[in-house]
Ligand binder design. Structure first.
Ligand SMILES: Cc1cc2nc3c(=O)[nH]c(=O)nc-3n(C[C@H](O)[C@H](O)[C@H](O)COP(=O)(O)OP(=O)(O)OC[C@H]3O[C@@H](n4cnc5c(N)ncnc54)[C@H](O)[C@@H]3O)c2cc1C
Length: 391
């Protein structure tokens, strides 16, 4: 059996969209994914997919209709509250097509349905990527010891801690100082009706005193709830905190008394009534000054692997899908005999886009986690909305 010339690490949004586009152009490839099955997905939640980037990429992949069938166009409304529980700003989706939401699970499902099943190796956690000293081709080593050899290009699409990054840069993601901790309000919750009247079909975020409570409606009408806190990087790995996270009701008591006491019950009721496992997400971003490496033959990074960002610009998945589109277009243009030019051309688009996203997210994060939040955020977005109205 001949070895496909392109290895893709990771079956997240960026890796799967690249696989789909290569499949459409009959370019052989293999995806290595650490999850054991297609139904395993480490991260839940919902993603807003933007018309000019994420949706454009899905359209070019012939997946826009499948996306539209799953997307929630009524979920584009976001209301920002202060800690007194008063609505300070309402962000309505600017137009009907602009930024609909899709559950992460649904996005993965529709991408998986669009690729060749045999192109994905499940349960394939990558341990290392290296260049063969014999013929300079690329090798992918899995944690179980298997080594796949002979690739012309390895595409790191394996997220924040990609195994391909060290081949192109010494830089690493830097901790932002903030965690999100997530849980759920299921449809069966006695509080669900109240959650619906507060959050509706879209999302809310209450912010102040360097902390946040956020909630978003999911496809099954449950709500995902996240609290944002300034915490040390290894907070969830410290034994006492790991124990705290294991017991949702103890964790909720801790959050309500230690972190959100004095906040309006209108918003803290979201914490009080959340259920299920609590998961901690320390938030990282690549330093913007690191995003300009020399092209390395045989290696490309896309999505979070290239430019993980804090999520405050809502651009992460859009940038990731756009990366996959532009890398695929360059591979098609330059052909398998000149993959280095393809990667080099792709990187010229990717670096400025990534720097803009990380910079915007950092600025939004500073406003949303300010002591007097949401004041600054409301001022900036109100001015922006007024300027748009005036044309
Ligand atoms: C809490 C949170 C909220 C977010 N909210 C938003 C939002 O509202 N809007 C938005 O646009 N973005 C958001 N993001 C960012 C968004 O999730 C990412 O930008 C996007 O998922 C990146 O896609 P990706 O395919 O590059 O990487 P990922 O989604 O991280 O996928 C990587 C894939 O690689 C696999 N993998 C990892 N390591 C290995 C390995 N060693 N070997 C093999 N496989 C591996 C993983 O299992 C996964 O399937 C959020 C992120 C977080 C953490």
């Amino acid at each position: 059996m001949s070895i496909p010339p392109i290895a893709i690490l990771g079956a997240g949004p960026s890796g799967l969209l690249l696989a789909r586009l290569l499949h459409l152009h009959r370019i052989p490839h293999t995806v290595f994914e650490r999850d054991a099955h297609r139904s395993d997905i480490g991260q839940g939640g919902t993603l807003d997919v933007h018309a000019e980037t994420g949706q454009l990429a899905l359209k070019k992949a012939g997946l826009l209709e499948a996306f539209k069938a799953k997307a929630r166009y009524d979920a584009q409304r976001m209301v920002i509250f202060n800690k007194e529980g008063e609505a300070a700003l309402t962000l309505d989706g600017t137009d009907g097509e602009g930024r609909p939401e899709i559950d992460r699970r649904d996005l993965r499902g529709l991408l998986l349905d669009s690729v060749r099943e045999e192109s994905i190796v499940w349960g394939a956690k990558v341990a290392a990527v290296r260049r063969s000293p014999v013929d300079q081709s690329m090798e992918v080593e899995l944690v179980d010891g298997r080594v796949h050899r002979g690739f012309g290009l390895v595409v790191g699409a394996d997220g924040t801690w990609t195994k391909a990054r060290e081949l192109v840069t010494k830089a690493k993601p830097v901790y932002s100082g903030y965690h999100y901790i997530t849980a759920m309000i299921p449809k069966t919750s006695p509080y669900h009706t109240k959650a619906t009247s507060l959050v509706g079909a879209g999302g809310i975020m209450a912010t102040g005193s360097r902390r946040q409570i956020a909630a978003q409606r999911m496809t099954d009408d449950s709500y995902s709830v996240a609290i944002g806190l300034a915490l040390p990087e290894n907070w969830s790995r410290q034994t006492a905190n790991a124990e705290l996270l294991k017991n949702t009701s103890t964790f909720k008591d801790w959050a309500m008394t230690e972190k959100f006491s004095g906040w309006s019950t209108r918003v803290t009721d979201l914490i009080k009534n959340s259920e299920g496992a609590c998961r901690a997400w320390p938030l990282y971003a690549m330093p913007v000054e690191s995003l300009s490496w020399e092209t390395v033959p045989g290696v490309a990074l896309i999505g979070d692997a290239a430019h993980v960002s804090t999520p405050f610009a809502g651009e992460g998945v859009n940038c990731s899908l756009h990366d996959a589109l532009q890398l695929a277009e360059q591979i098609v243009k330059h052909g398998l005999d000149d993959l280095t030019s393809a990667v080099s051309e792709y990187e010229k688009f990717m670096f400025p886009r990534a720097i803009a996203m990380i910079t915007e997210s950092q600025a939004n994060g500073e406003m949303l986690f300010a002591e007097d939040a949401p004041r600054g955020f409301v001022e900036v977005f109100s001015a922006f909305a007024n300027a748009e109205k005036q044309g």
